[in-house]
Design a protein around this ligand. Structure first.
Ligand code: GLY
Ligand code: MN
Ligand code: MN
Length: 247
């Protein structure tokens, strides 16, 4: 059931990335997504209110008003998942509405991707629940220090201000077994970096909000990314966005 919810969600994310263009409102991008999550053939519901935030709004956790009109340079953070037979997906992608990341956006994007890769590797049975978070956070700390966005590792919390994982299942933030990770649990791995305007760093980084979120099955060997069919790399997303369709 969860894989089905995830597969439907992947179609929604693909459709909204292909349809997005500057001048669309956040809610229009949300609408393209939700049409694909809820066609009559497989109608159920969204697993949680869709988050579609551009520019400054991408830096607001659980932003759901989705009212802004996008502009050329905006990043769009889309955190949307379908529900199927009461199970939910939970997937985030962050894309440039123009189809091309600016240099600064690409730098931040690639740090979040590296953090996510490090977190996913740590999704192994027997590891502590916080191990993916600790790995992802240490990548963000190191890279933000290198860019002089922060001066001390602890300051990374200003820009990566949430945990990396939660259990996923009947609820988007599902009850879990707690303790060490167990075979057949599904958890999210969703690091983010959010630098709203006014942050104490160079202005060129302002209003960059990036999260990448996938749904990871813990097995008795390697972790399985159940949402891994949806492109994650910046270049793959840019390529996908050049395939435009009419919503
Ligand atoms: N969609 C809510 C979350 O990622 O936790
Ligand atoms: Mn999540
Ligand atoms: Mn999410």
């Amino acid at each position: 059931m969860m894989q089905k919810a995830i597969d439907i969600s992947i179609e929604g994310h693909l459709a909204s990335m292909k349809a997005a263009k500057p001048g669309m409102t956040e809610y229009e991008i949300e609408a393209v997504m939700e049409i694909h999550l809820q066609t009559p053939r497989r109608l159920e519901d969204v697993g949680y209110p869709s988050i579609v935030g551009s520019e400054y709004n991408a830096c607001i956790l659980h932003y759901v008003s989705n009212r802004k009109t996008t502009e050329n340079k905006d990043l769009v953070l889309a955190d949307c998942g379908a529900e199927y037979q009461n199970y939910t997906a939970d997937i985030t992608r962050t894309f440039p509405v123009s189809g091309r990341y600016t240099n600064e956006q690409r730098v931040i994007y690639n740090i979040v991707l590296e953090a996510q890769d490090s977190g996913i590797v740590a999704c192994r049975a027997g590891n502590g629940f916080k191990e993916p978070h600790n790995r992802a956070m240490s990548v963000v700390q190191k890279r933000l220090m290198e860019l002089e966005i922060i001066k001390k590792p602890e300051e990374a919390r200003w820009y990566f201000n949430h945990g990396t994982s939660h259990y996923l299942g009947l609820d988007v933030h599902d009850a879990g077994t707690g303790g060490n990770l167990k075979v057949n649990s599904v958890i999210t791995v969703e690091p983010g970096i959010y630098i709203p305007a006014g942050s104490p760093c160079a202005e060129k980084w302002w209003n960059t909000g990036v999260r990448i979120e996938d749904d990871i099955l813990i097995t008795d060997s390697d972790p399985v990314n159940l949402s891994g069919k949806l492109p994650r790399k910046a270049e793959e997303i840019e390529k996908l966005m050049q395939t435009t369709t009419t919503p």
